[in-house]
Design a protein around this ligand. Structure first.
Ligand SMILES: NC(=O)c1ccc[n+]([C@@H]2O[C@H](COP(=O)([O-])OP(=O)(O)OC[C@H]3O[C@@H](n4cnc5c(N)ncnc54)[C@H](OP(=O)(O)O)[C@@H]3O)[C@@H](O)[C@H]2O)c1
Length: 302
C-alpha cells in the first residue's frame, strides 16, 4: 500500500547482484518501493505478488515514462555493456522530465583521469547526471568480492590471477547494496553531491590464494597468467555472448594494471563505517560465507 508521506524509490537492475540486495534492504523501510523488469512475464508475476513493478527496458526509452511517473529517487544501475552510455543518458533525461529529485548511481573506483574505457564510460555518466541538475550520489565500488567466487573461482587447487603481483581493493556486493539502500532512504538532504568510496581491503593473487587456503583448509596455490592468456579468456566470454566492447575494455584493464596506470585499484578507501555505522565485510568473512563453493570448485579440474 502506497504511503503518501514516503518518497517513491525506483530500483533498476532489481534482478541483478546488487539490485536484488538493494530491494531486500529497502523492504519495510520508510519508502514506497518500485522495481522494474525488462521481462513482461516477470512484471506480471511480481505485480500478482503485490509488488509495485513496472516494465522498463533500458534499451527502449519509450518504456521509461510509465515506470518513472511519480518517482522521487532512482537507483541507477546498468549492466556490463557499452550500451550503458545511451541507457544512462536517456534514463537521466526521462528522470528529469518526471521530476525525480535524487539519483544514486553505481559507478567504479577510479581516479578522475582514468584511461580505462569502461571506467571512463562511468565517469561520463556521472558528469551527465551532475549536469542534469538532479541531486546525485555517486557510489564508487572497487572489485566485487563476488569475483573470487565467480569469474576467478579457484579450480584444481589453483587461484589464477592475470595482473601479476598487483593489488586490488575489494568490496562485498552486500555492502554496496546496504550503502545504496541507506542513501535512498535518507535522501538528497543528507547525501546530495557526495562521492562514496567503497574499497575495503587490498590483496594480490598470492594473498587471496593464502586467504582461501586458510579458510578452506586446502592448499591453494596462485598461478600468475599473462595478458595473452587473459585475451583468450575474453574471447571465450565474447563467444558466450558477452558484449565485445565491454569485454575488450577488460583487456585494457589488465594492460593498465600491468603498466601501472591503474595502480589506484590497490587503494583502500572505506566509507562504509561513516554511512552505515558498522564495519564493512572483510574478505575473510566473505570467503567463510562461501567456504563450501570454494572447496567444491577447488577440488574440480580446471
Ligand atoms: N563486478 C565488479 O567487480 C564491479 C566493480 C565496480 C563496478 N561494477 C559495476 O556494477 C554494475 C553491475 O552491477 P551488477 O553486478 O549488480 O550487475 P548484474 O548482476 O549483471 O545485473 C544487471 C541488472 O541490470 C539489468 N539490465 C541489464 N540490461 C537491461 C536492460 N536493457 N533493461 C533493463 N534492465 C537491464 C539486468 O536485468 P535482467 O535480469 O533482465 O538481465 C540485471 O537486473 C556495472 O555498472 C559495473 O560497471 C562492477
Amino acid at each position: 500500500m502506497e504511503n503518501n508521506q514516503y518518497p517513491t524509490v525506483l530500483v533498476l537492475g532489481a534482478s541483478g547482484t546488487i539490485g536484488s540486495q538493494v530491494v531486500k534492504d529497502l523492504e519495510g523501510k520508510a519508502v514506497n518501493l518500485r522495481i522494474t523488469s525488462r521481462k513482461q512475464q516477470e512484471v506480471e508475476q511480481l505485480t500478482r505478488e503485490g509488488k509495485d513493478c513496472k516494465y522498463l527496458d533500458l534499451d527502449d526509452p519509450k518504456t521509461f515514462a510509465l515506470a518513472l511517473a511519480g518517482v522521487d529517487r532512482v537507483f541507477l544501475l546498468t549492466g556490463y555493456t557499452v550500451a550503458m552510455l545511451t541507457q544512462s543518458k536517456t534514463l537521466v533525461d526521462a528522470a528529469k522530465k518526471a521530476g525525480v529529485s535524487h539519483i544514486v548511481h553505481v559507478g567504479v573506483f577510479a581516479e578522475w583521469d582514468t584511461t580505462d574505457a569502461h571506467f571512463a564510460w562511468h565517469q561520463m555518466i556521472e558528469k551527465y547526471i551532475e549536469a542534469s541538475g538532479i541531486a546525485w550520489t555517486h557510489l564508487h565500488p572497487n572489485m566485487f568480492m563476488e569475483a573470487i567466487t565467480g569469474a576467478y573461482l579457484p579450480k584444481n587447487f589453483t587461484y589464477t590471477t592475470y595482473w601479476e603481483d598487483r593489488r586490488v581493493g575489494y568490496i562485498a556486493s552486500s555492502d554496496i547494496a546496504a550503502v545504496a539502500a541507506k542513501v535512498l532512504v535518507d535522501g538528497p538532504q543528507r547525501h546530495a553531491g557526495k562521492d562514496y568510496w567503497l574499497s575495503v581491503e587490498s590483496h594480490n593473487g598470492k594473498e587471496i590464494a593464502q586467504l582461501i587456503s586458510e579458510v578452506t583448509g586446502l592448499e591453494i596455490k596462485c598461478e600468475e597468467k599473462g595478458l595473452e592468456e587473459f585475451k583468450q579468456l575474453i574471447e571465450a566470454w565474447i563467444a558466450n555472448g558477452a558484449d565485445s566492447w565491454y569485454a575488450s575494455a577488460n583487456i585494457e584493464f589488465v594492460s593498465q594494471m600491468l603498466d601501472g596506470r591503474m595502480s589506484y585499484m590497490s587503494m583502500v578507501q572505506n566509507d562504509i563505517p561513516y554511512i552505515l555505522g558498522r564495519p564493512a565485510k572483510t574478505v575473510r568473512e566473505y570467503l567463510m560465507e562461501h567456504k563450501d563453493v570454494l572447496i567444491s570448485s577447488a577440488n574440480q579440474k580446471a
